[in-house]
Design a protein around this ligand. Structure first.
Ligand code: HXC
Ligand code: NAP
Length: 333
């Protein structure tokens, strides 16, 4: 029972101690681990939602494309016919992913090593993309660095490392490709993967929160500025989706994952194919009119954490009956 539920139960018990017998105060008995009962009402659709060949003849450039969500988005776009350049620091990981996706989808996937913190390596990676496939039609800023830590423990280099990867890295990629697109008079769709706490801020991930908020501000600024060049820019702000990269750094003990499911109206985490479908829509021509937008994609986590009275979801039907009586009794007072 949560502290809130205990308080409600205690108060109700005192007020109605003569009237209520055997009332169970915790309304929903949700398991602490594993499948949440609500999850089955939120089915996961894993197949591509866009028509086959939606990206035929299109070139995609995606950072952090070798693992996690980046790998998932690369797979989805390659399935839909795109040729994809995936880039990050670890060339062995990229090459393994590229070979796997190319074999599965029949689309070309090129692995190129680059550290997004270094504008020179970004430039070289874009050169390789142009040489192999031409200028990209789609650019996805997905690379990130993050770890949980009390902020007073962070050295200047720790702060710089996260903000360099997330904010400066996204800016270097966007500017490098944006300038070339503008010179070539070619439009494109940019997408950056941020996170729900870019909006709210979050304890223990302050450099990530600050940098992701910066990415959202950059996206909105350029959406206004570069529309005249046929360039659209949007963000997806996801809630938790299990990946080894994220969870090893943000939930090293494995405790967060079960508690967060309790908060989710959907009762479950997101899945890689779900964000891949949303991403593919946002970078497709079906979303031509969508620009400067941040799409929250979190199973309801953000709103569930925010509302002042949201914890009342733990109140049972019996407790509601009692509280309704209490409220009605105050009528006219
Ligand atoms: C405090 C730490 C630290 C920790 C590193 N540092 N880990 N400080 N607590 N746990 C400090 C180091 O001491 C160093 O500072 C500085 O940070 C740089 O660390 P390096 O290890 O030298 O950096 P580097 O090798 O470049 O690696 C970057 C990294 C690493 C971010 C630290 O974790 C990484 O490569 N991450 C990439 C993938 C990733 O993070 N994926 C998760 C994204 S998930 P000093 O002063 O000692 O030199 C995500 C999800 C958000 O963003 C939302 C979820 C719901
Ligand atoms: P991930 O697998 O760790 O992905 C991060 C990727 O970034 C890796 O492929 C990594 O590859 C690359 N990268 C890190 N530093 C880099 C650098 N300096 N230069 C180039 N590439 C770099 O984690 P993920 O969960 O898939 O995260 C993908 C994106 O989703 C991130 O933007 C993250 O913030 C966001 N996100 C994730 C979640 C979640 O719950 N999973 C929630 C909200 C937002 P290398 O190590 O090879 O460089």
């Amino acid at each position: 029972m949560s502290a809130f539920s205990s308080r409600v139960a205690g108060k109700l018990h005192r007020v109605f101690k003569n009237k209520i017998k055997n009332v169970r105060y915790l309304s929903v008995s949700t398991p602490c681990c594993g499948e949440h009962p609500q999850a089955k009402m939120f089915p996961v659709m894993r197949t591509p939602m866009l028509p086959a060949d939606s990206f035929k003849g299109k070139t995609v450039f995606i950072t952090g494309g070798g693992t996690g969500l980046g790998k998932g988005m690369t797979t989805m776009l390659a399935r839909l016919g795109a040729q994809v350049v995936i880039t990050s620091r670890k060339i062995d990981v990229l090459e393994t992913t590229a070979a796997e996706i190319a074999e599965e989808t029949g689309s070309k996937v090129l692995a190129v090593a680059a550290d997004v913190r270094d504008p020179e390596t970004v430039k070289k990676a874009v050169d390789q993309c142009v040489e192999a496939f031409g200028l990209p039609n789609v650019v996805i800023n997905n690379a990130a660095g993050n770890f949980i830590s009390p902020s007073e423990r962070l050295s200047p280099n720790a702060w710089r490392t996260i903000t360099d990867i997330v904010l400066n890295g996204s800016a270097y990629v966007t500017l490098e490709i944006g300038k070339r697109l503008i010179a070539a008079e070619q439009g494109a769709a940019f997408l950056s993967i941020t996170t729900i706490y870019a909006e709210s801020g979050s304890a223990y991930v302050s450099p990530s929160a600050a940098a992701k908020a910066g990415v959202e501000a950059m996206t909105k600024s350029l959406a206004s500025e570069w529309g005249k060049y046929g360039i659209r820019l949007n963000c997806i702000a996801p809630g938790p989706i299990h990946t080894v990269g994220a969870f090893s750094r943000l939930d090293p003990t494995g405790q967060f994952i079960d508690s967060v499911k309790e908060i989710m109206p959907s009762g479950r985490l997101g899945e890689v194919e779900e964000i891949a479908n949303l991403a593919s829509y946002l970078v497709s021509d079906y979303a031509s009119w969508v620009t400067g937008e941040v799409v929250r994609f979190d199973g309801g986590e953000f709103v569930s954490r925010a509302g002042s009275f949201n914890e009342l979801r733990q109140v049972s039907k019996e407790q509601w009956d009692l509280m309704e009586q209490m409220i009605r009794k105050t009528k006219g007072s």
